[in-house]
Ligand binder design. Structure first.
Ligand SMILES: [Zn+2]
Ligand SMILES: [Zn+2]
Ligand SMILES: [Zn+2]
Ligand SMILES: [Zn+2]
Length: 230
């Protein structure tokens, strides 16, 4: 897709908007996050290393990104499940984590490895979902703190990008739908605004797809829901 300005997203604690990089600085200082941490530290959950992960789509890292906090005791399996729910799952393809930035060259990791063990060896992971029409996701450790998890789940969502604004291929208004036939057969973006979607003639690849907040949109027919699992 065309080059875009840095897409912003909202802090889950205070609701303020930042870019992916700006959010990293913000989360380290956010007063509402500090309060949430104090509250969690008064809970009975088990104290452990907690990893601040910056997650982004390898092809479109300024548009699609997440800031997560992962428990040291959680397994890579938990992170895989999270990424599938929020971004990736279309039809149950295989997925693998590699330590480092390169698939095949860097070691492949076992799904039952714990975050605490993995991230004491490497600060970067590459996740590949689907070895046909691949989605590649980068995971970087931004920070680590010792404390009690923010919730009972293995992973907490601290920030997520807003849906990127793409222009309609007919009129440049914000696109709301995607036509797979235009994309595959006509070499167009296939992006359509509300108005232009109404009388669009194509249906060979099924009805127009409402846009979803995921870097996998349209790949292998992915059409969402792109919601976090918890
Ligand atoms: Zn905040
Ligand atoms: Zn698929
Ligand atoms: Zn339009
Ligand atoms: Zn079309």
């Amino acid at each position: 897709m065309a080059r875009q300005k840095q897409n912003r997203g909202a802090c889950a604690f205070c609701g303020k908007d930042y870019t992916r990089a700006g959010m990293k600085k913000h989360l380290a200082a956010c007063p509402d996050r500090k309060k949430a941490i104090q509250k969690a530290d008064a809970s009975k959950r088990k104290s452990q290393p907690l990893y601040h992960l910056v997650v982004y789509d390898a092809c479109d890292k300024n548009n699609y990104w997440l800031h997560l906090e992962m428990n040291g005791s959680a397994e890579l399996e938990d992170l895989d499940r999270y990424l599938r729910a929020i971004w990736l799952e279309c039809c149950g393809h295989m997925s693998t984590f590699f330590a480092g930035k390169a698939a095949y060259r860097d070691p492949e990791l076992e799904r039952d490895e714990k975050a605490g063990d993995v991230f004491s060896e490497t600060a970067e992971l590459l996740h590949i979902y689907d070895f046909g029409t691949s989605s590649e996701t980068m995971v970087e450790v931004a920070d680590v703190r010792e404390g009690r998890p923010l919730a009972k789940h293995p992973i907490a969502l601290m920030a997520r990008n807003h849906p990127p604004e793409y222009p309609c291929m007919e009129c440049d208004k914000p696109a709301r739908y995607l036509c797979m036939e235009c994309q595959i057969e006509e070499d167009e973006t296939g992006l359509l605004c509300e108005e232009d979607a109404k009388d669009h003639p194509h249906d060979e690849y099924g009805p127009l797809m409402p846009m979803v907040n995921s870097p996998r949109m349209g790949m292998c027919g992915y059409d969402g829901p792109a919601e976090p699992p918890y």
